[in-house]
Write a protein that binds this ligand. Structure first.
Ligand SMILES: [Zn+2]
Length: 373
C-alpha cells in the first residue's frame, strides 16, 4: 500500500550516479481497449529521449525494457492508474495500481518522481482502525479501498491469572489491581503505536472496535486530539475472525463516506443554482473540461454515456454535431465518454469524486464539477 512512510523513503532515495525511471500511465481498459497505453508510453519515451543526453539513456535502457515488457505482459494486475518507479542498478522497482486514472507522465531523473503519489495520498481519505480488547490489539490502515495491518499487540499472559482459584479471598482486590495494572500497560503500549502511526501517516479519521470494557478504559487514556479524530466506535461480538470485523469496519467507512458524498452533492447543486463556480449535466461538464476549468469532477459510479470526440482537439460531446465548436475539426465515435472525461480532467490536475448513490445527482444528469474559474 502507498503510505507516507513509503513516500518519504521514495522521495529521499538518491541515485548516486544512477537514474530512476518514473512512469505514470492511464491503463483503464475501457479507454485503452487495444492496450493503447503501450503506444502512449512509447510516445512519451520518444519525447523524453529527445531531451536527455545519450549517456543517461544508455543507463536506463534496461529499465525501459523492463517497464515495456511489464506493460505488455502484465495486463491482469492493471486497474485504471499505474505507477512504476525503476532503477535496475540500484535493484529498485516499485509498482502501484490505482482504481483511479493518473496523468500520463514519464520522468527520468537521478531521484524518483513522486509528486503524483503525494497528490493521490493527500486527496483521498485514509482511516486508521483500532481493534482492542484487554489483552490484544490490532491497528489497520485503510486507503483507496485497500486495508493493511500496521501492527499487532499481544500481551503475554497476565501474570497470576491462572492462580486465581488458589488465592485467598482477602487477596482478591489486590489481584484485581494487579490485573488492572497489566491492562493499563497494554493499553499504553497500544496508544503509543497509535500515536506513532497517526503522526507518521498524518491520518485524521479513526475507528475503534472492541468490548465495552476495553473501550471505556482506552477512551479514558486517549488524548483529546485523538478522541476528536474518532468517527465511530463499535462493539464486535468477538475480536477474532478477521473477516467479519473488517467487513463491519468497511461498512462503517462506507456509511461515513456516503454522508460525505451527500454533502458534496448538496454543495454542487447549491453552487450551481447560485452560479458559483460549479456546473451540472454532462454537456456543461464536457465544455468545462475542454476549457480546462474543472477543479473536481463529480459523477455517479454507474454513470455511462457515449458520444463523439473531436479528432483535432479531443473535445468530447454527447450531442450530435458535425464540426467541433472549438477547432472546426471532425468527430469520431467515443463509447466511454465518462472514462474519457475522467482521464482528461485528471490530465488537468483535477480531483475525482465518485458518488455511490444519489438521487439528487441523478436528477442533475449524474455528473457535475466544481470549477477553478
Ligand atoms: Zn476540436
Amino acid at each position: 500500500m502507498l503510505t507516507s512512510g513509503e513516500l518519504k523513503h521514495l522521495s529521499t532515495a538518491s541515485g548516486n550516479g544512477n537514474f530512476f525511471v518514473s512512469l505514470y500511465l492511464n491503463v483503464n481498459s475501457l479507454t485503452n481497449p487495444k492496450g493503447e497505453y503501450v503506444i502512449h508510453f512509447k510516445n512519451m519515451l520518444k519525447k523524453t529521449t529527445e531531451k536527455l543526453n545519450k549517456d543517461v539513456m544508455k543507463k536506463v535502457k534496461e529499465d525501459i525494457e523492463k517497464i515495456e515488457a511489464s506493460l505488455i505482459g502484465n495486463k491482469r494486475g492493471f486497474k485504471k492508474g499505474l505507477a512504476v518507479i525503476s532503477s535496475i542498478p540500484l535493484g529498485f522497482w516499485r509498482e502501484y495500481h490505482f482504481s483511479l486514472p493518473v496523468r500520463n507522465e514519464l520522468i527520468i531523473d537521478d531521484t524518483p518522481y513522486v509528486k503524483p503519489l503525494f497528490t493521490l495520498l493527500n486527496n483521498y481519505p485514509r482511516y486508521v482502525v483500532l481493534l482492542i480488547d484487554k489483552e490484544s490489539a490490532r491497528i489497520f490502515l485503510i486507503h483507496l479501498g485497500k486495508i493493511e495491518l500496521y501492527t499487532e499487540h499481544i500481551t503475554p499472559d497476565i501474570p497470576g491469572r491462572h492462580k486465581k482459584g488458589g488465592w485467598f479471598a482477602l487477596e482478591q482486590s489486590r489481584y484485581e489491581r494487579h490485573i488492572d495494572y497489566h491492562i493499563s500497560l497494554h493499553m499504553k503500549d497500544v496508544i503509543k503505536s497509535l500515536e506513532e502511526l497517526l503522526h507518521k501517516e498524518s491520518v485524521d479519521k479513526i475507528i475503534i472496535g472492541g468490548s465495552e470494557d476495553a473501550i471505556v478504559k482506552i477512551k479514558n487514556m486517549l488524548s483529546r486530539t485523538i478522541l476528536d479524530k474518532v468517527i465511530s466506535i463499535f462493539h464486535p461480538e468477538k475480536l477474532s475472525g478477521d473477516k467479519d470485523i473488517l467487513d463491519e469496519t468497511l461498512e462503517i467507512i462506507r456509511v461515513f463516506e456516503r454522508e460525505k458524498e451527500r454533502e458534496i452533492v448538496k454543495e454542487l447543486i447549491t453552487r450551481t443554482m447560485k452560479n458559483n463556480m460549479a456546473v451540472i449535466g454532462l454537456e456543461d461538464v464536457l465544455n468545462s473540461i475542454q476549457e480546462g476549468r474543472v477543479m473536481t469532477l463529480i459523477f455517479l459510479k454507474d454513470m455511462a454515456a457515449s458520444g463523439l470526440r473531436c479528432i483535432g482537439c479531443g473535445f468530447l460531446t454527447s450531442q450530435t454535431i458535425k464540426t467541433c465548436p472549438y477547432c472546426g475539426g471532425n468527430f469520431e465515435k467515443a463509447s466511454y465518454l465518462i472514462d474519457l472525461s475522467v482521464q482528461k480532467a485528471v490530465e488537468q490536475g483535477a480531483a475525482i469524486e465518485v458518488i455511490t448513490d444519489s438521487e439528487g445527482l441523478l436528477n442533475a444528469g449524474g455528473i457535475g464539477a466544481f470549477l477553478r474559474f
